[in-house]
Ligand binder design. Structure first.
Ligand SMILES: [Fe+2]
Ligand SMILES: [Fe+2]
Length: 320
């Protein structure tokens, strides 16, 4: 008897790319001014270039099929920040092998990299045109047939072996001192359709978004405004795994759905090398394998155990 193939997903989040230039005059806003102040007074001492480099090197030394980056790629969503962050992403492979969903820090101002002019819109596996994040957040050919959209606002689908990756954009521009997210009504409708078609296609459904997907995981001012609707939808249609970031904390909980168990997993930031408020840098590898009548999902953590420490193994557990 042959062993069913295994799919390995690497999940990194909240990169907060640790190089924050000054906004240009045309990029200036109060939101960015206070974000910059916060960067220099607080975040800069936590999100370290050397930590992100060590995590990245470790990721590259391990086997995986697909890399997921779930938002807060940068701090102020400035063009210069994105140009550096895009170079960082590209070291891991082609855009067809990497999925990105935006976070609240990716909406600090107008974002030309998420919304390039129509003529500049790239397609999957095409080199970024005019420096765009879109190639990392559009459906592939199989995903389009399953109801996935072409981004950046509506859910995209990518099929990796027998795993369907479903990316949601929960990022919205927010007022000062707010960090909430929201899924549009159309997004939820498209997501429902995708969760049904991917289940019919006998695929493992892995949903990705930046904000925590269920009520109660974070405060109202920084949570997903319609997390109750997303929870109900997940309970109704089912999904096997939901990956998120935003909280900079490792978290696992189980949601019972009409199709079985859905694992909800939050991963800490990938760049925190000095801990004063949040958990130290970590990323997770998910190994997914089809079993007799269901799926087996194993999570392996890699990250720092001490300030400025090396990247070490944080253990493997089966999600049950
Ligand atoms: Fe973050
Ligand atoms: Fe966030």
């Amino acid at each position: 008897m042959t062993t069913p193939p295994e799919t390995i997903l690497a999940h990194l989040t909240d990169i907060h790319f640790p190089q924050t230039p000054l906004p240009t005059l045309s990029e200036f806003s109060f939101k960015r001014f206070f974000g910059l102040l916060n960067w220099h007074l607080s975040r800069k001492s936590m999100h370290l270039t050397e930590t992100l480099a060590a995590i990245s090197k470790d990721v590259l030394s391990l086997p995986f099929h697909h890399l997921i980056v779930s938002g807060d790629l940068v701090n102020l969503s400035l063009r210069n920040e994105y140009e550096a962050a895009l170079k960082w992403i590209e070291q891991f492979g082609a855009s067809g092998d990497i999925s990105f969903v935006p976070g609240n820090h990716d909406y600090y101002g107008p974002n030309p990299l998420l919304y390039p002019k129509e003529a500049m819109r790239p397609s999957i596996n095409q080199a970024p045109v005019g420096m765009s994040l879109l190639p990392f957040m559009i459906s592939d050919e199989k995903g389009l047939k399953l109801g996935g959209a072409t981004g950046p606002d509506l859910p995209f689908v990518r099929v990796v072996n027998d795993v369907a990756l479903i990316g949601l954009n929960s990022g919205v521009p927010t007022p000062l001192f707010k960090a909430y997210g929201k899924l549009s009504e159309t997004s939820l409708d498209v997501l429902k359709h995708i969760l049904i078609t991917t289940q019919k296609a006998n695929l493992y459904r892995c949903v990705i978004l930046h904000h925590p997907p269920l009520p109660g995981i974070t405060t109202l001012s920084r949570g997903l405004q319609n997390d109750d609707l997303l929870q109900s939808l997940l309970q109704e249609t089912g999904a096997e795994l939901v990956l998120y970031g935003h909280n900079h904390k490792q978290h696992h909980e189980v949601l019972r759905t009409n199709t079985g168990t859905c694992h909800i997993v939050g991963t800490p930031s990938a760049s925190i090398g000095q801990n004063n408020r949040y958990e130290l840098a970590r990323f997770n590898l998910f190994s997914i394998r089809r079993s007799a009548h269901s799926w087996t999902t194993k999570m392996r953590g890699r990250g720092l155990c001490e300030n400025h420490g090396d990247v070490v193994d944080l253990g493997t557990s089966e999600l049950v």
